[in-house]
Design a protein around this ligand. Structure first.
Ligand code: SF4
Length: 348
């Protein structure tokens, strides 16, 4: 028997899609929309929404993927922390995760009975690819008296070797609450350095060592860029992501995850902002806060931008083993403990 249609698919016209996306200017061609482009995209959007309804599927999309996914087909849009929670609470049978592979793995670990599909052509991530399980095992032998804390941007295999996971939204809060003073943080060295700095500011004493991974997108931002914007737009608020270099975060008015950056813009009276993160957030801000002005530029993540509507249709219609996230049960169980420890510390 074919699956029952559980939701009424939303139908978007090209004009409606264009009305949503036309204000996006930053991010180059990939984030630039004309009515003609929306005429090509609207049938794909409607096909995805019909397939979702037929198959009881839900689409989770990271803020960094292309705007036609965010505003055309996504059921939930957010950062790693918010999407992990959405993944846990969705009653849908199938999850399509428009993001990169480690996020799909997290969704599968939290939903072992659901099918998790990844449409990304290249679901890599320079942070997640910086370290593997055997390297963590070696480090644990070298530093046996430390609590190993991993950023969510790690593979399931790495999470399975660590004690507690964190996201950019809760890293300070979680590490502050871990009883152990001695921490090994991986894989992002800039986030590790920013964490040390922030804990010191709060008067929290921890002895933190960190690995040497970096995000290719966020490491591009420099202090010179911040100073240039400070000179050209003295009223602009500088907002950065904790994967940026410490000197960039230090010179910023606010540092947070993409969702926290968006909240900061929402509640701050200022009119001009420099957002130091991937262009997807800039796109969201131009759609959701058209009255505010973005200054400077943004950087694209090729991995996140390798998700498109054609591939979402393909994985919904003809999924292959390559599209399905499959974490071996032994890794799943250990990685789940690491993620659950994060929820415990973040929410207590
Ligand atoms: S923006 Fe950086 S951390 Fe995020 S997926 Fe891309 S490479 Fe990885």
């Amino acid at each position: 028997m074919p699956p029952l249609q559980t939701k009424t698919p939303k139908i978007l016209t090209a004009e409606e899609l264009y009305a949503i996306l036309k204000n996006i200017k930053l991010g180059g061609q990939v984030c630039h929309y004309s009515l003609k482009k929306c005429e090509e995209l609207a049938p794909l959007v409607n096909e995805v929404n019909a397939l979702k309804a037929e198959q009881d599927a839900v689409i989770l999309a990271h803020t960094y993927v292309v705007p036609e996914i965010l505003y055309g087909v996504a059921d939930f849009v957010g950062d790693s922390y918010g999407l992990s929670k959405n993944a846990m609470s969705t009653p849908a049978k199938k999850i399509v995760f428009a993001a990169v592979k480690f996020m799909g793995e997290t969704a599968q670990i939290l939903n072992p009975d659901k099918e998790v599909l990844m449409p990304a052509k290249d679901g890599g991530c320079t942070l997640a690819d910086a370290i593997n399980g055997s390297e963590v095992r070696r480090l644990r032998q070298e530093f046996p008296d430390r609590t190993f804390v991993c950023y969510i941007n790690t593979t399931a295999e790495v999470k399975a070797e660590c004690d507690v996971c964190v996201t950019s939204a809760n890293v300070v809060r979680v590490v502050e609450r871990i009883p152990d003073k001695k921490i090994y943080f991986l894989p992002d060295k800039f986030m590790g350095q920013n964490l040390i700095h922030e804990l010191k500011k709060r008067g929290v004493s921890k002895d933190i060592l960190y690995f040497n991974g970096t995000c290719d997108v966020h490491k591009e931002y420099t202090l010179e860029q911040v100073h240039k914007v400070n000179l050209e737009y003295p009223e602009a608020k500088v907002v950065s992501h904790p994967e940026c270099k410490p000197e960039v975060c230090e010179a910023s008015d606010y540092v947070g995850s993409t969702s926290q950056m968006l909240q900061y813009m929402r509640k701050t009276a200022a009119d001009q902002f420099l957002m130091l993160t991937e262009c997807g957030l800039s796109a969201r801000l131009q759609v959701e806060f058209p009255e505010k002005h973005l200054v400077g530029t943004c950087t694209l993540c090729d991995y996140m931008k390798s998700n498109d509507l054609h591939d979402i249709i393909r994985v919904l219609k003809h999924p292959t083993d390559k599209d399905r996230i499959s974490v071996p049960p032994s890794i799943q169980e250990k990685a789940k403990k690491c993620i659950e420890a994060m929820f415990l510390y973040a929410e207590k």
